[in-house]
Write a protein that binds this ligand. Sequence first.
Ligand SMILES: Cc1cc2nc3c(=O)[nH]c(=O)nc-3n(C[C@H](O)[C@H](O)[C@H](O)COP(=O)(O)O)c2cc1C
Length: 354
Amino acid sequence: MSIIDNMVEESKTQFEQRKSDHIEYSLLDQNEALGESGLCSFELIHDALPDLDFSDVDISTKLLNEKVRSPFFISSMTAGHAGSVNINLRLAKASAKNGWFMGVGSQRKELFDNTAAKEWEQILNQAPEARLIGNIGISQLVHTPIESVQKLVDSLNGRALFIHLNALQECMQPEGTPYFKGGLKAIEQVCNKLSVPVIIKETGCGFSIPTLEKLKSIGVYAVDMSGYGGTHWGRIEGCRSKDPIYLSSAAQTFKDWGISTVHSLLNAKQVSPDYKLWASGGVRTGVDAAKLLALGAEAVGFAKPMLQAAINSEESLDIKMQQLEYELKTALFCTNSKSIEEFKTKKVLLCRSN
Ligand SMILES: Cc1cc2nc3c(=O)[nH]c(=O)nc-3n(C[C@H](O)[C@H](O)[C@H](O)COP(=O)(O)O)c2cc1C
C-alpha cells in the first residue's frame, strides 16, 4: 500500500481528532521548551541617547520580493478540518490587514480530497489580500508528483511553498508516517520545477550543519529554522500516544530533542553565507525577534502566539501583531537604529556568556 493509499485509509474522524488534539495540546505550557531557544544568551546593547525620534524608525522590509510592513510572518499551523476554517480565516484576515505572510498548515488532505481546497477559496473570498504560503510535509512530498504540488500552491495563490521536516514528530505520532527516503531528491525536483520559491522548515527541532550542507546547493530559496525552544512536537505527540503502550514513554525520552533556534541559525551562517535565513521556534516577543534579526535572520515567524491570539478573537490577534511590531520598533529605537538594514549592520548584540 502506498503512503497516499495509507492516508486515504485514515478515517475522517481520526484525521479530525488528530488535528484538534494538535491545537489543544500545543496550547499547554508543558509542550513548549520555553527558555531553550538560545535567545536568553544574548542581550541588545542599549543606547541611552539615540539620535532619532521614535517616529523616524522604520521596520518595513522586503520579503519574497514584496514590500512588507515588518519582517514578521505567521508560521504554518492548521488546515483541512472542521476547527481550522475559523482559525485560518482570522489568521488570513490579520495577514491581509497587517501585510504579514502567513504559512498555512499542512495541505496533506488536499492530496486525496478534492473538496479540501475549498477552505482557501472561502478564506480568500473574505481576505483576498492575504499573503499565503503553501505547506507540505516531506513524507508526502516524496510520493507526490510535481503537478499535484503545484496545485496545492495554486489553490491558495501561494507566494511560496514551505516544505516541513518533522522526523521526530512522525516517529512519536501513533499514526505517523516517517517515510523520508528520497526526500532530498524530491526537494531538489520541486525547487527546479515549482513556479514559486521553496522554503524548507523544521517544526521545532532545528537544523544541524550536516543537514544544512545537504540542502545548500539544490535551489532552496530559504531555510526557516523552527528550532528547539518553542512548541515541541515530541511532547505534543507524547500526550496523544496511547498505542503502542511504550510510545508516550519514548516521547518523554525525546522531550528535549532538538537544536535551538539560535544554534540552528548560527549553523546555517557557518554553512553558507548565501542562505536566506528565516527564523522561528520559541519566538515570543519583538525583542526575541530583534535578536534573531541581529543574528542574521531576514524574517521571523510566530506560531503558538498567533494561535493563542486567534483562538481568543480577531481583535486579540490584531493587538498581538501590533504589540510585536511595537516591541521591534522600540528595540531599534533603543539601539539607535533607524531601519532594519541599519540595525543588522551595527554591533547591537552582546553575548551574555562572554
Ligand atoms: C497547532 C500547530 C500546528 C502546526 N502544524 C504545522 C503544519 O501543519 N506544518 C508545519 O510546517 N508546521 C506546523 N506547525 C509548526 C509551526 O509552524 C512552528 O514551526 C512551530 O510551532 C514552532 O514555532 P512556535 O514555537 O512559535 O510555536 C504547527 C504548530 C502548531 C502550534
